[in-house]
Every structure is written in structure tokens, then in C-alpha cells.
Design a protein around this ligand. Structure first.
Ligand code: SER
Length: 590
């Protein structure tokens, strides 16, 4: 069966049972800071599971794009994935255990034609907080499962949610596919990780709400939340032994084979899988309707990690980093029918992937050489110091996790705490450095240069008001006699424009505006679009913002006067070209 057939069978089955089809939500959760990505189909439905009325009704079904990063380092084996698609059906206070389980079984056995003998299930065994789910056990018995196919398990295995710290959750019953591999031990069962049993479908009975104090309250309504991984059910229906052997990865693996001139199914399998999975995940993050780009924080950092880790294995496969775009194109074409956002953002996805890969590639081989040299020079090294891990991060762009992975391959530990301590120290230094660097534009901290520095802020803000927001600072140099300010603009200013700039700056001076300084985290500052002067990489985690009345708000290290009334009269003495697309103004205070 193909992915398309399976999706259609699933959706049609639940439509037939009066479910409404809802759209896959963004991979980046909206208004939810508790997780970085959408990890399950129920995630965007939390308000409705809590009792709010869903506009589409009480029975819903969909295919949701999901990303889970908890096991990112496990990707490379036969079953772990970061990105996957989840088939799900929901009852929002409508049907409950009986109907949900009957439908799951009917769909698996009678519509997807899975041999019922290959199915085993788990049921919540109960604990101090919530009793054993005997009702579910009885339902499975009624359907015809024998006791040897039903396993009672603890909260770790048979309780789902909440997604963050609080919210809807409940006991679940999980359906597993028996691959018929032999048992790894006498204890081997569905919760064992040996690969004999693969979880294909989870039915969660969400009737609890976990509260902030850790207790469970009953929800207003009894909900059902189910999730079945497309890649896993594909494996079961077609009896493949790995998700990477299914249609979900076939054309991607073939492309990698062609680029590497190597066959999948041998020594390079791990690299093949990491490249395939990570580029798929990165493609979906960049191609999301709320797309983000690689960075050093939050989702951007995960994206960066995915791309960089993929790059490392592309290198192992002897594939050029630019080929990352060719692989992404296969993914875009494969999934575009269901996720048109990928097609719409095709060029952006490919450009960003190649840009990040190129940037990383520049230092990757040097970094790996350096890493190998360190290991060779320290023959019996057991633990890599935080300093070295930090150097690999700072100089060669190695995410900490990559260094840990490289070390793990050589049985070396990494001083993670030491790394973080070094990292913190560096942030502090770069904050001080950024302030110093900014002052680098100032010859000294005399009264005159301080005044001219504040005048420079007024000039910067005024130029943007008069000439538009494409104007931004390209350079600044101040001595006790004059300021010199370089800014992006592609033509000579007219005499009228120069006069208007002077007038506006002088008006701000006459208005006796207070100059106020505040501190903000870099992340907060980046979100504030009214701020100017952000030279991204030059600042530490905390930045200073100088506000001059409502006239100007600029990130800067200072120093500045307290009130614009201290400045005197502003006069432009020269306007000239500095370089292509950059103009230069020299001005004085009289
Ligand atoms: N939320 C449940 C899970 O992710 C069912 O979809 O397993």
C-alpha cells in the first residue's frame, strides 16, 4: 500500500463515522512557549480538549506534521525519526473508550488488512493517583484479544500528556505490531526497545487535566486523542523491517545513493538515515507557514543542529554540502501535494539550507582536523575539557551535541558543565566587548564626544524618517570636533533633504528630550521592531537601549548625555559618498 492509499483509507474511514477533516497545523506551536515544535496532532487542539467548542464539531480527523527532538541523537538506527506525519482522530466529549478502540481495531484489521495475530496491546496498570484501566482491558477481551496479547504497564508507558507541564492527559492503550523477530529475552514484550514490537497506534483517553500543583482534576468532558505514525503504519502494512525502507524514505535514499555513489544497506546506513531524516526535518521547518531560519536560540538552534549534523554525515558520504538542496528538492516534491507551503517556499528552503551548509562547511573540515589532532595528542584522554568543547563551538561552530557525539564514538566523555561555564563567561565578555567596540567609534569619553554621540542617534533616527527605513548605520566615527556617520543609501541627498534633516534634529534638541537607558535580553530586543542599531553578532545576551523621548530608540553601549538640551545647535558640514550604496555625513554641534 502507498502512503496516499493509507492516508485516504484513514481519513475516509473516519469521515464515514462523521468526523470532520481539519488542516495540519504549523510545526511551530502558536501561543505556546512550553514546547518548541508541534509534537502530536492533539497539540493544537488543547483548548478544545479542555472544553472550548471546536468550530468543526466534536469528531475530528487529520494528518498532522510533527517534530520530536527528544531522541535526535538516536536518529541513525532503524526506527527513530525527528520529523514524522501523524494520523489522528479525536472525540471532543463525544465517543469514548469503547467506540474508539473498536474503530481502531476495525480499521487496522478490516481496512488496512493487518493480520490480527500480529497485534498486541498495552493497558494502563494504575497507580496511587489513577486506578487501573480495567474497562479498556475488557473492551480488548470483548474484541477477541487473548490475555497473552494484552499487557498491563505503568505510567511511564501507558500515560500520555500533558504536552507542557499542565493540561489534558490520561491513560492510554497502545497497539503494537509484532515484527516476528525473535524475543531478545524472556522479559521481552511491547515495551522492550529491541525492535520486535513496533508501536503503531496510540489511543489516549483524555479525561484528566494536570494542574500546576501536580494533581489531576477531571476534565469537563471525556475526550479521545489518537495518533498513528504514517511511517510506522506503512512499515506494518507492507511488512518492511525499517521505516527507512518504506516509501516515506525511498526516493530520498535513492537520491543520496546517487549523489554518494554508494549503496544503502551496508556500512554507511547510519549516515544515510541521519542525512535523510535531518534534511527532511529541516526542509519542513524552513518550509513551515511560520518558517524560521537557523540561529543560536530555540527552534532556530534545533534547525541549525539538524543541518549541521546532516552536513557532517554528507561529508562522511563524500557528498558536497551544496547537494543538500538537491535532497531537499526531492522532499519538497514528495510532500508538496499535502503541504503546499513547501512548494510555495521552495526557493527560500533551498537557499537557506545551502547558505547554512556553506557557512558550516567552511569550518567543518578544519574543525574535524583540530578535533582529531586534540585526540591524537592526548592519547589516553577520558574527558574532553569544557574549554576545548567551547573552542570547537566558538571557532568551528560545532554544536555541543556534535562534539559529544564525536567523543562518544571514541569513548570519551565531555565536561558539559565546564562547557556551559565557559559559555557564560564568554557571553559576559562579549557584552563588555560589544560596549567597548561601540565606543570604538568614539575617540574618547569627553563631554564633547558624548554630546556628538547622542547627536548621532538623533541623526540616525532622522535619516530614517526623511529617507525611509532602508537607511541604517554602516559606520560611525566621533572625535571632539565632529561626528562622522556612514549609512546605507544609494544617492546624493538633495539640499532640501539636508535642510530637513538639520531642522528635525534641532527640533528634537529644542524639545529638551530625556535620554533614558534600559537593559533587555537580546531575544527581547530582537523582537522589538522599533529598535535600531542591532548589529546582531556584536552583542551579548543583555543589551542596553538608549531612548531619546519618542524620537529614537537604539541599541548601544553609550555613553550619552542626560537630556538633548545639552547639545547646542546641530549642523551638517558635509554629505558625500563613502562607498557603493553608502553615504557619509559629517556634522558638528555649534
Ligand atoms: N497524543 C498521543 C501521542 O502522541 C496520541 O496522538 O501518542
Amino acid at each position: 500500500m502507498t502512503i496516499k492509499e493509507i492516508k485516504n483509507i484513514f481519513i475516509d474511514y473516519f469521515k464515514e463515522k462523521n468526523h470532520q477533516v481539519i488542516k495540519s497545523a504549523s510545526l511551530i506551536p502558536e501561543n505556546d512557549p512550553s514546547v518548541l515544535f508541534t509534537t502530536a496532532g492533539m497539540h493544537p487542539l488543547v483548548p478544545y480538549l479542555l472544553g472550548e467548542k471546536h468550530p468543526a464539531g466534536k469528531r475530528l480527523v487529520n494528518v498532522q506534521k510533527c517534530l520530536r527532538t527528544a531522541d535526535i541523537d538516536e536518529v541513525g538506527d532503524e526506527s527513530h525519526l525527528t520529523f514524522f506525519e501523524m494520523l489522528g482522530n479525536w472525540s471532543l466529549g463525544d465517543y469514548f473508550k469503547n467506540e474508539a478502540i473498536e474503530m481502531s481495531y476495525d480499521l487496522l484489521v478490516n481496512h488496512l488488512h493487518i493480520n490480527p495475530q500480529r497485534l498486541v496491546v498495552t493497558v494502563f496498570a494504575g497507580d496511587d493517583a489513577v486506578p487501573s484501566d480495567n474497562e479498556t482491558y475488557e473492551i480488548w477481551k470483548k474484541i477477541g484479544l487473548t490475555d497473552d496479547k494484552i499487557f498491563f504497564c505503568d505510567r511511564e508507558h501507558n500515560w500520555w500528556g500533558p504536552v507542557g507541564l499542565t493540561g489534558p492527559c490520561g491513560p492510554d492503550t497502545e497497539i503494537f505490531y509484532d515484527t516476528l523477530k525473535s524475543k531478545c529475552s524472556d522479559q521481552c514484550g511491547p515495551t522492550c526497545n529491541c525492535g520486535k514490537y513496533i508501536e503503531i497506534w496510540n489511543n489516549v483517553f483524555m479525561e484528566y487535566n494536570k494542574l500546576a500543583d501536580g494533581t489531576y482534576a477531571l476534565l469537563k468532558q471525556k475526550n479521545v486523542d489518537t495518533g498513528m505514525g504514517v511511517e510506522r503504519i506503512l512499515l506494518a502494512v507492507n511488512d518492511c523491517h525499517s521505516v527507512y525502507n518504506t516509501e516515506a524514505f525511498k526516493s530520498i535514499i535513492e537520491k543520496i545513493e546517487a549523489l554518494a555513489n554508494k549503496k544503502y544497506g551496508g556500512t554507511y546506513d547510519r549516515a544515510f538515515r541521519i542525512v535523510a531524516d535531518h534534511i527532511k526535518a529541516a526542509t519542513f521547518i524552513l518550509g513551515d507557514e511560520r518558517a524560521i531560519t537557523p540561529s543560536n536560540t530555540d527552534q532556530g538552534y534545533i534547525l541549525r543542529r539538524l543541518i549541521r549534523r546532516a552536513c557532517r554525515y554528507l561529508m562522511q558520504l563524500e557528498i558536497t554540502q551544496e547537494a543538500i538542496g538537491d535532497i531537499a528538492l526531492i522532499i519538497i516534491n514528495q510532500y508538496g501535494e499535502y503541504y503546499p507551503e513547501l512548494i510555495n517556499q521552495k526557493d527560500f528552503i533551498i537557499d537557506e539550507l545551502i547558505k547554512e551548509a556553506r557557512a558550516f562547511n567552511k569550518t567543518l573540515s578544519r574543525g574535524l582536523k583540530e578535533f582529531n589532532k586534540i585526540i591524537e595528542n592526548n592519547k589516553n584522554i577520558e574527558t574532553l575539557t569544557g574549554d576545548i568543547a567551547f573552542r570547537l563551538y566558538d571557532t568551528y561552530g560545532f554544536p555541543l551535541e556534535m562534539t559529544i557525539e564525536l567523543c562518544k564514538e571514541k569513548n570519551i566523555k565531555v565536561d558539559i558543565e565546564g562547557f556551559h561555564a565557559r559559555f557564560k563567561q564568554h557571553q559576559e565578555l562579549s557584552r563588555v566587548g560589544a560596549e567597548k567596540k561601540f565606543r570604538g567609534g568614539l575617540a574618547d569619553n569627553s563631554e564633547e564626544t558624548t554630546k556628538l554621540h547622542t547627536a548621532t542617534h538623533l541623526l540616525h533616527a532622522t535619516l530614517r524618517k526623511v529617507l525611509g527605513n532602508t537607511v541604517y548605520q554602516r559606520g560611525s566615527n566621533i572625535n571632539s570636533e565632529r561626528l562622522r556617520f556612514d549609512f546605507s543609501f544609494d544617492r546624493k541627498l538633495t539640499p532640501e533633504e539636508i535642510a530637513e534633516v538639520e531642522t528635525l534634529v534641532n527640533r528634537a534638541i529644542e524639545q529638551k528630550l530625556d535620554v533614558i537607558v534600559e537593559e533587555k535580553s537580546l531575544t527581547e530586543a530582537k523582537q522589538d521592531e522599533s529598535l535600531i542599531g542591532l548589529f546582531a553578532e556584536r552583542y551579548g545576551e543583555v543589551v542596553k537601549i538608549y531612548r531619546i523621548g519618542d524620537f529614537s530608540a537604539e541599541i548601544c553601549g553609550g555613553p550619552h548625555v542626560k537630556n538633548t538640551s545639552e547639545l547646542g545647535k546641530f549642523k551638517i558640514i558635509k554629505e558625500e559618498s563613502s562607498s557603493a550604496g553608502v553615504r557619509r555625513i559629517k556634522a558638528i554641534l555649534e
